[in-house]
Design a protein. Sequence first.
Length: 501
Amino acid sequence: MKQETPGATQAELKQPAGPLPDPLVSRFAAVVGDAYCIHEPAQLRTYESDGLASFRVTPGVVVLPASTEEVVACVKLAREARLPIVARGSGTGLSGGALPVPGCVLIGLSRMRRILEVDYDNAFIRVQPGVINLDVSKHIGPQGWYYAPDPSSQSVCSIGGNVAENSGGAHCLKYGFTVNHTLGMRMVLHDGSVVDIGGPVPDAPGYDLAGVIVGSEGLLGIVTEVVLRILRKPEATRTLFATFPSNTEAANAVSAIIASGIVPAAIEMMDTLAIAAAKAATGVDWPDVDSALLMDVDGVTEECEHTSAVAVELARKAGALEIRVPRDAAERELMWKGRKSAFAAVGRIARNYLVQDGVIPRSEIARVLQEIAQLGERFGLRVANVFHAGDGNLHPLVLFDGRDPAEEKKAEEMSGEILRICLKHGGSITGEHGVGADKAPYMGEMFTEQDLETMQLVRCAFDPAGSFNPGKVFPSPRLCGDRPGLYQPHPTELSGEAWRA
C-alpha cells in the first residue's frame, strides 16, 4: 500500500492542548470550505461529547467533508501534522464512541447524506454514511421495500454510526443486526488511501473484512460509502401488547414464546418506570402495571395469524393480566412510538440517567432484573428497564440527579456493577451501543490479555499508528489510571503531553 505522506508511530502523534494553529486550520478550511471548518472555541463545544454527555473533551478542529475525496484530503493533512483523528456521525452514540481526544481532528460525516444507488433487482442500496437510518426505508418504502435494522434513535442516527457500532434495534431479533445487512463499504485508511471492501453480492470472495469493520467503532478507518441489503416488506404484521404482574411473569412469557419455535420480529419488555415515562411522553393508553411486553410477528398472513394466536396463548399461560391487539395501523404505530420514545421519555421522571447495554441469556432475564433491583436498593437509586427481551439485550437506565456529584458517582458505580452482573450470568458488556470510552475499563473483565492483544493486532493491520479514535475500546494500562467510574485525567493529559491510547 503506497504511503503518500510521512508515517507516524503512535508515540509520535501530537496532541495540542487547545485549538490548532491558524495556518493548519486554514489548510483544512481550504479542503472543506470555511463554513465547514469549525475552530472557534465556543463552536467546538458542540462536538465535545456524543449521547453520553458525562464524558466531554474539546477537539482541536472539526471538519465537515462532503465527499470521499475531501475525507482523504483531511486524513492526509492530519497525518502530515501527526494529529489523532476521530470520526463522528450524528452524535447519538451512548458509549462515548465519538468522544474527541484533546487537539484531535474530528471529521464529521453529517453532510455526506446522498443516496447513491438503488438496485431492486439485486436488493441493495448504496448510501453515504451521513444518511439517516429511517430515511433509507422512507426512500424505498413506496416501492414495497425497507431496511431492517431499526435502532430506537433511527429517526436521527446515521448509517455510518450504525456501521461503527453494529447497531441493533427492536426488529433485529428476527432479521439480524447491522452486520447482517452490510454487504460492503468504501473506506479511507490511515494513509489516505481508499479501499472498496465487499460489494453488492451475497458472499464476496476472500476474507470477510466487512464483518471486521462493522462494529470496529471507528478504529480501523473512515467509511464513506455503504452498500446495504434491503428487504421486501412482509405481507402482514401482527402486534400484541401484554401486561404482567411482575418482570418474572413477563420474562417467563418471553422464554416460552421463543422456546415454542416462534421467531418474533420483535419482542420488547418495559417495567413500571419505563411505562410511566412512555405514557407521559406519547399519550399511549397503557395501564399502570409492573411489566409489559410489546411483540411483532410478521410474514405471510396465514403464518402471522397462527403464530400470534400461539403467542397470545403462551402469554396467558405465563400470567398475562391483559392482552391488547391494536385496532388499526395508527394504534400500532402509537404503541411502537411509546416503546421507541422510552429513552428520551425517562427525562420526564429524572433529571439525568445513564443507560447500560449488557447482554444476558433469555433464561436469565427474571433473575438478572431482580439482582439489578436489589442493586438499586443498595445504591439508593431508581432503575427503569426497557429492552430487547427477545435477544437478552438489557437497557437498564440508572436515574440520578447530576447536580449532586456524589449521586452521579454512585450512578457510575452502579452501572459498572450491572455489567458485572451480566458477565456473571454468561453475558456481555455490550450488545449494540459499543464499548467506546465508557466500557473500555471493563474489557479486561470480559477478555484475557491474549484476547485483547489479538484484537490490537487486527487494529494495527489497518492503522499501525493507532491514529483513528485513540483511547476507545481497549483499556489503558493500569498505571495510566484506567479504572471503572468517572474518569479523572492524568496531569500529562491536561498538559497536552499524552492521551488515553
